[in-house]
Design a protein around this ligand. Sequence first.
Ligand code: OMP
Length: 236
Amino acid sequence: MSIENRVIVPLDVNTEAEALRLLDTLPDVGWWKVGLELFVSCGPKLLSELQHRQKQIFLDLKFHDIPNTMAGACGAASAYGVDLITVHATAGRNALKLAKAASSEKAPGDKQPKIIAVTLLTSLSSRDLAFDLKVPLELPEYALQMAILAQESGLDGAVCSPQEAAQLRQVCGNDFTLVCPGVRPQWAEGGDQKRCMTPKDAIAAGADYLVIGRPITAAADPVAAWERICEELASL
Ligand SMILES: O=C(O)c1cc(=O)[nH]c(=O)n1[C@@H]1O[C@H](COP(=O)(O)O)[C@@H](O)[C@H]1O
């Protein structure tokens, strides 16, 4: 897989026109993410557009609900024929197992998506984990435990900060897909992301895919930002 095919760009916009503008501006991007903002605003129609353009699709709706609802939602999401789908690991073992089973059942035969579990959002710091969420585990241990739960439940991978990628890779092995948001080139602003690394360091730590949004999409020149990231990664 070429290195630029390991970068997923989110379509974090709320109109079809803005989404299409991004697709037209960045024709070399092979992987796009449709998340809550675009899906809630526009529904699934951008998924067909991405398929028409032969792009790979990360449908990031981060399901977190009781097992029966998780199964229904994950099955319905899988029927779109996308490549990656997110759930929250904290939905628990039974919900994760049923979500995966429903996905396998409802996905088009030739298009089984990977179901991956969010371990701990990259916008949360270890301080937030301890003081707000009252979780008595530290990082990376908490993220690792969530990844192990996902793996034991039959999921295909996890979403984690690149800061935890090395540990997850070591414990969960090479077949477990690690998708890392919270990626910031040195020249980009962190914004609301708290557990960040540069693209190069994130790949070196063991990430399979990097999710990089605003450093590209909010740049004055998105094409130049995309190319700069690809160049930095190519020098690995
Ligand atoms: O599941 C995700 O993709 C996700 C998980 C997470 O822990 N942190 C996180 O930032 N994301 C997503 O990754 C993208 C990051 O965007 P930027 O912060 O603009 O690079 C957003 O679309 C988030 O919804």
